[in-house]
Design a protein around this ligand. Structure first.
Ligand SMILES: [Zn+2]
Length: 469
């Protein structure tokens, strides 16, 4: 009677037979069965491609059951690596095969001799060596990924807009695209809408790196990339300086991100904040201090409404003041301050590169985090220690990054520098940007008037210079 053979196939990303499909493994095993003169009575297979080590293999379990039940005399597999993934599995396999002297034959590596003590020892040594190799490989891969991320290397995918990528993963600035990124960042910081910027790029025939037209979403994605500021990222975390040249300064990049994160910007374009002081001016009633909203008021003329700023406390609220009148008043005061020659030094002082000290501190903090990650990769500290170090550094880094974002948002006054006509500059700004200017320069408090229907009284709007943070 011919010996009964079971074929076992497994797809995995192991180094041996990587990408070798089940079909190919089966054909090779069947050819082997023919050479050996055995009958193939069963075929078991598993798909391990996305497996983490230790994942259950139903095909393998069924094979062992077949061996233990005595329905298999010989096991055929493509390579030893297909059969066991760990020394523990090998021991189970030896235990299952030993009582019936089940033989194991490989297409690639000959016979696994489990019938003798020296054969089993050879199998165990081979298994241990293979295990050690795969562990080392995992370590190497993890370390290489970490290093690549730390160095900001390109890990694949379509070419990022703004750079030319070389074969070795390094990059040089694509001058034309980099100029577009810088222009777009500046425009966003001055309050331009993403939709408008995308339309402008399309009109000028500038496409994405894959040759497609821009829209607000793709443009936002490009402008948000930490890589723009020469930072590298892994798992959503900034790891440090990238080896790629930066397109913009880190403070500019953070300022752009801060603009994107501004809740007033997240409203749809139809639902934009249309009034200068909504949420900025506060109620001056004793003990209130709530930011004001707007409401529509009927007037003596039927069908004509006027907008008022009002506090929302208790029905009528503490204050209600005509939007136009308050806005005009605040604008006049603001432009008056900006036009004064005394303001020039303040504006000039602001024009120093802002956020530079924070940037340097962020670089130092990230370097410390990278060092800790290295120690972890080299098994010099535990995961728990790494987490503890990271949590401490991250807390400080969050503060520093927030300060950097604030520092650059503070450049709302930038357009007024260099002796430009404040009124002209003011008129050219978007509502969002005007609001930034107000926020930066002053606090506005609307005081209760005590009487209704009174003519607008500028005395009841208190405007104070904002103390610098
Ligand atoms: Zn109030």
């Amino acid at each position: 009677m011919k010996r009964r053979a079971a074929i076992y196939c497994r797809i995995s990303e192991d180094r041996t037979g990587a990408g070798l499909g089940v079909e190919r493994q089966r054909q090779d095993c069947e050819a082997l069965a023919e050479r050996l003169g055995v009958d193939v009575v069963a075929l078991y297979s598993d798909n391990d491609v996305s497996a983490y080590s230790g994942r259950a293999r139903p095909g393998y379990a069924a094979l062992l059951d077949g061996i233990r039940a005595g329905s298999v005399d010989v096991v055929l597999a493509w390579h030893e690596d297909r059969l066991h993934r760990s020394p523990r599995e090998l021991e189970d396999y030896i235990d299952a095969c030993a009582p019936r002297e089940v033989a194991t034959m490989f297409v690639q590596a000959g016979e696994l001799d489990l019938a003798t003590a020296s054969g089993r020892m050879t199998a165990r040594i081979r298994g241990a060596v293979s295990r050690a190799e795969s562990e080392h490989k995992a370590e190497r891969v993890r370390r290489a990924q970490l290093q690549a991320a730390q160095a900001g290397k390109w890990l694949g995918g379509s070419r990022p807009f703004g750079w030319n990528v070389q074969a070795d993963g390094s990059a040089t600035i694509n001058k034309r695209e980099a100029r577009e990124v810088r222009r777009a960042c500046e425009a966003v910081l001055s309050g331009a809408s993403l939709g408008g910027l995308a339309a402008d790029l399309n009109k000028r025939g500038v496409t994405t790196s894959t040759g497609r037209p821009w829209n607000a979403t793709t443009l936002r994605q490009v402008l948000r990339r930490p890589r723009n500021a020469g930072l590298s990222v892994m798992h959503g975390q900034i790891m440090g300086e990238s080896t790629w040249p930066a397109l913009v300064s880190e403070t500019t990049w953070r300022g752009v991100c801060a603009v994107f994160n501004d809740p007033s910007r997240r409203r749809g374009s139809t639902n934009r904040v249309r009034h200068l002081l909504v949420g900025i001016a506060t109620c001056g009633a004793p003990g209130c201090g709530l930011p004001l909203k707007t409401a529509s008021m009927t007037t003596r003329t039927p069908g004509v409404y006027r907008k008022i700023y009002r506090c929302t406390v208790g029905g009528g609220g503490h204050v209600g003041r005509d939007v136009r009148a308050v806005d005009d008043h605040v604008e006049r005061v603001l432009l008056g301050v900006l036009s004064r020659p005394q303001s020039a030094p303040a504006l000039a002082e602001q024009s120093e590169p802002s956020g530079e000290s924070q940037r340097l501190e962020a670089v130092a903090l990230r370097a410390q985090m990278a060092e800790a990650a290295d120690l972890f990769a080299e098994s010099k500290i535990t995961g728990a220690q790494l987490a503890k170090i990271n949590a401490r550094l991250q807390e400080r880094l969050d503060d520093v990054e927030a300060a950097m974002a604030r520092a650059n948002r503070g450049s709302a006054l930038a357009p007024f520098r260099n002796g430009r006509d404040p009124e002209k500059v003011w008129q050219s700004l978007s509502m969002d940007r005007k609001r930034d200017v107000v926020r930066e320069m002053m606090t506005v408090t609307v005081l209760p008037s005590g009487r209704r229907g009174k003519v607008y009284d500028p005395e009841l709007v208190r405007i104070e210079p904002r103390k610098s943070e």
